[in-house]
Design a binder for this molecule. Structure first.
Ligand code: SF4
Length: 208
């Protein structure tokens, strides 16, 4: 089985195993998703979901968030890590949405990555989940699992992203990241992958 065939097989199996996945963050519109994804950097989605209802009830629009006050933003998200920096980033992002984008979330990667706290990973999550625009999000799980399964040897997320895009049809990209993250969390774990119970043991190069 060549790499592309293996890639399609892995996708097929995971797609059946995890039929209904999207982002694990709670949101009602692209603005809320963008802010939630910024807050989720190095933090669990579960923890972010605990603070965002309170944050969005005080700051329901980019205009409101851009006006702060910063102290109240900090108060609302103080239970998540790096809340000082994240408070500044989300307020500055809101300011730029108002000033440059008519208070809307932009729909291109290049525009999104110019917002404070938004890297390619964040941008791809927003594009995929809010606008159904295909992209592959390479986070630590996707990077590790893809390397172990032999889909890429890149450790750099941007290079890995490009390589992975060549393996799966565009239609698969949005879901691909979510299901590989789940496989990484539940089976192909960082410290001790559960290879004995893994569906891919027979053709995973990691143990060969
Ligand atoms: S066989 Fe092991 S290393 Fe390969 S994908 Fe499964 S858990 Fe990960």
């Amino acid at each position: 089985m060549n790499k592309k065939e293996r890639a399609l097989k892995v996708y097929g199996i995971l797609n059946t195993k995890y039929p209904n996945v999207g982002t694990f963050l709670a949101y009602k519109n692209p603005y809320e998703l963008l802010i939630a994804v910024i807050l989720s950097a190095q933090c669990t989605d579960k923890r972010v979901n605990l603070v965002t209802p309170g944050l969005f009830s005080s700051f329901p629009t980019p205009e409101r968030l851009s006006k702060g006050p910063l102290s109240l933003i900090k108060e609302k998200i103080k239970s998540i890590n790096f809340f000082n920096n994240k408070s500044k980033n989300i307020q500055e992002t809101a300011e730029l949405l108002v000033l440059r984008h008519h208070s809307k979330v932009p729909q291109t990667l290049n525009e999104l990555i110019k917002l404070p706290g938004v890297g390619r990973k964040t941008a791809n999550v927003v594009l995929g989940q809010a606008f159904n625009t295909p992209g592959i999000t390479v986070d630590t799980h996707v990077n590790r699992v893809s390397n172990r399964l032999g889909f890429t040897k890149q450790t750099d997320a941007v290079k890995a992203e490009k390589e992975l895009m060549s393996l799966w049809p565009t239609d698969y990209w949005i879901k691909f990241s979510s299901i590989l993250i789940l496989h990484g969390r539940e089976t192909c774990q960082a410290r001790k992958p559960l290879c004995d119970t893994c569906e891919f043991l027979a053709y995973c190069p990691f143990n060969k």
